[in-house]
Design a protein. Structure first.
Lengths: 260, 260
């Protein structure tokens, strides 16, 4: 998969001529649409209008997030309250993607996820677990809960670990917070396994979004923030690299609509 | 460094002719002398007598442990209460080794270690920390404490992380428990650093023991248990590999004293 990608960062100003062939845009949410924070964060200046301009231009717009501290519904409610005109069906988050995988592969998870994410798994059979799922459980990442997840995992004939994202950390108003990837690495080491990552930056995850848009990778721009877990530390991601850098979504939208 | 090594495991029976040139023995403790458990564990059958026989034979005997849930003094008290005739000065554990390193390199640690280990750091300056130290903190590995250690680490100009051992997990009477290595991997990933491991299986750690014995590596047998963190998953350790396998310390002692 090879999508055109721009990254919101300070290193703006690259040439954007390749934008001409674009038919769709996939937007990262945290860091592109809004800044996270204790009260749920706030819209980034100009991003509400930018989303509207992109949609009005006829481009197919989808959103992706690794948010796993909330159901997709609650998350979209929050964005709508900020002023974004976004519908749930256009937002792709790890939990619904994982639920689909669990169903397809007939897996029963042991869940170590945020309490507020639990409703996503209402219809999922969690009896006699044959895999472990971790999300951004934050304070629920206690020694006891991690140990419990570990015991389930190490007790499986073939340990199977799913991680909803692989972020290292994120910023909230009260400081940096460890993200799910850190605990994924912990359990990977404990059980000598490699987790299956569901969500950004998994190619499967982006492919699901592309399928929904009915577009080919080269027809789509992926707009990610620099703290999305892909940059700067994961520069060697097999399917995603930055083609350009922009200050923010408003600037990216200007570039897209000017060159489109 | 190349020490002769035997590992307590079920795969006993290898030839032990190379034992003739041995002048000293370094014994792992947990899994070789005693089995861990909730009440502090119990001596492994025959190991008390085996230690005595080794010492009486004129071999230089030292002990090494990655125990970091207790001070070395308390730990040795426990072993003595089980019946082992062991003195504190013959036991090498990570915390005193680290305190030496901190002093030599003028480092001030942020400590995430077990409460019962804290007395080892009584004389250590922990103001304005310029490194992070983790031990087997068990229940103290809460999200909040890990996050605090992470913030200190990521805030340093050059993040410096020490890990007292790198074990994956260990067994207690109530089941498997995650060990410090798991949280080392977590913080390594979060900050994109590689921890300095103090304790087994660090070559520096074993060198300190050899220095104390005034022996060369080839003159010493290292007796480790199969769950020591070196086998089976770390078979490629640069300085330690198994030369033989024995059922237990009593069998190893028989082999050593017969061939010596």
């Amino acid at each position: 998969m090879r999508m055109r990608t721009c990254v919101s960062s300070m290193a703006a100003g690259s040439s954007m001529e390749w934008l001409k062939s674009v038919k769709g845009v996939i937007l990262d949410m945290c860091g592109v649409l809004y800044d996270s924070g204790e009260g749920g964060g706030q819209a980034i200046h100009g991003s509400i209008e930018a989303v509207k301009r992109l949609m009005d231009s006829g481009l197919i717009v989808r959103f992706c997030t690794n948010e796993t501290q909330n159901t997709r519904e609650k998350f979209v409610q929050k964005l709508r309250a900020m002023g974004f005109d976004i519908s749930v069906s256009h937002v792709f988050s790890p939990a619904p993607a994982l639920v689909r995988i669990l169903r397809e592969r007939r897996l029963r998870p042991h869940l170590l996820v945020h309490d507020d994410l639990m409703p996503e798994f209402d219809d999922v059979d969690t009896s006699s677990p044959n895999c472990v799922v971790i999300g951004d459980a934050a304070d629920k990442f206690s020694y006891q809960n991690l140990n419990e997840a570990f015991r389930v995992l190490i007790g499986l004939e073939k340990p199977l670990l799913f991680s909803l994202g692989q972020g290292r950390y994120y910023k909230e108003t009260d400081g940096l917070k460890l993200d799910v990837g850190v605990f994924m690495k912990a359990l990977e080491y404990a059980c000598d396994v490699q987790a299956e990552v569901v969500g950004k930056p998994s190619a499967d995850f982006f492919q699901t979004v592309l399928n929904d848009m009915s577009l080919q990778p080269h027809e789509v721009i992926l707009q990610l923030c620099s703290g999305s877990g892909l940059w700067p530390s994961d520069e060697k991601h097999p399917s995603v690299r930055a083609d350009g850098y922009v200050d923010d979504l408003a600037a990216a939208t200007d570039a897209i609509l000017t060159n489109h």
